[in-house]
Ligand binder design. Structure first.
Ligand SMILES: [Zn+2]
Length: 159
């Protein structure tokens, strides 16, 4: 611990945004309970919301996950079962378009790669395909064909 001129040592991870009333640190027991799906819902939600912003907490969860990795249950499995914190499809679209800030991008990458959420992986794959220029061209071509046929039908009706 370092003492500054002011006599107080500040946790470098603490920011003004952390000053939430009633906030308390997650204990190792709570992380283990979360992994075991035994943490109360409100606390799970608080933990997941903090995971979005706290790199330190993600590291701790990662470590707890590795320590508890006895092949029974993974956080990924919990996440996939409950989909408690799955980002919305529009958020994933923004992620793919690199429109999100660093923190959220990192959280989504964590959700996708570390948690390995299959639901979101499917969503992302779908979005990637949708943004594929070839697929888009095919869709547009089909649309134009349809419009052309509709125009033809309208012309026939008018005649
Ligand atoms: Zn997900």
């Amino acid at each position: 611990m370092m003492r500054t001129a002011g006599g107080w040592s500040r946790n470098p991870h603490t920011t003004a945004g952390d000053a939430v009333p009633h906030r308390r640190e997650f204990t190792e027991a709570e992380l283990a309970a979360y992994i075991a799906e035994a943490l109360p819902v409100e606390r799970s939600m608080a933990l997941e919301s903090e995971l979005r912003t706290s790199t330190a907490l993600r590291e701790r969860l990662r470590a707890a996950l590795a320590a508890s990795d006895s092949g029974t249950l993974s956080v990924g499995a919990i996440w996939q079962q409950q989909r408690l914190s799955c980002p919305s499809r529009s958020t994933w679209a923004a992620y793919l378009a690199k429109e999100l800030g660093d923190g959220l991008t990192e959280y989504l990458r964590f959700h996708l790669d570390e948690i390995g959420c299959r639901f979101c992986a499917a969503n992302v794959a779908d979005l990637q395909q949708a943004s594929d220029p070839e697929a888009e061209r095919r869709t547009r071509k089909y649309f134009q064909t349809s419009v052309g046929r509709l125009s033809q039908v309208a012309a026939d009706d008018a005649g």
